[in-house]
Ligand binder design. Sequence first.
Ligand SMILES: [Ca+2]
Ligand SMILES: [Ca+2]
Ligand SMILES: [Ca+2]
Length: 228
Amino acid sequence: MRSSRAGSVAANGNALVFTPTYSFSPGELISVTATTAAGNTAGLALSRPYVWQFGAGVSGPGRGYFSTGYDPTLFKGSFALVAGDVDNDGDLDMLSANISRRCVDVCFNNGSGIFSLAPANPSPTVRPDPCGLAIGDLDNDGDLDIVVNTNNIALMVNNGQGFFAGTANYSIPISNGCGGNISLSDLDGDGDLDFLGPNAGGGAFIRFNGNLALAAPPRNPSRARLGG
Ligand SMILES: [Ca+2]
Ligand SMILES: [Ca+2]
Ligand SMILES: [Ca+2]
């Protein structure tokens, strides 16, 4: 069994129990794939893979009244935002597809919801108009990578500390432009994340994850620019 969150797995009869090394965040969306390699303690394997998602439980005093907070001005031109722990320190960071500067802004969380912008990427690559963003572990190395909709689809690989390689060498082939929001989910039940997006020419794009070796960046290009 593989996991992008460190922890331990144990079989107990027909149950598989995963114990993460640190707790999931309240409300965090958890995606699970049980492939046919999984079996019970009697040695019987699953007859077919199962894929499901659930949200981690929430607690605390909140009941849906949003009256306090603040408006960080770390970047301008954000077209899409996602939250995820891209530096693997146990808090949720913020990523923005910045259509004005044609980049992805990566903002690290200090653990209390206060964000700081990561330094600039010294190796910009050229892509137009990022307008959609999704994160997930695309290369099965335990960290969250980025897929950006720039009309075409570009991949950016995490080095495990929230620093991302440029996109020049990695893209998902599509025949028409991508129309908007994109999603990463295990669509074929083989344990890896596949790509789902709207086809600007009608219908959808579905691309299954292959075995291309994606290289993480050798140093710290954290604010990954997509355009010059
Ligand atoms: Ca973090
Ligand atoms: Ca990864
Ligand atoms: Ca898959």
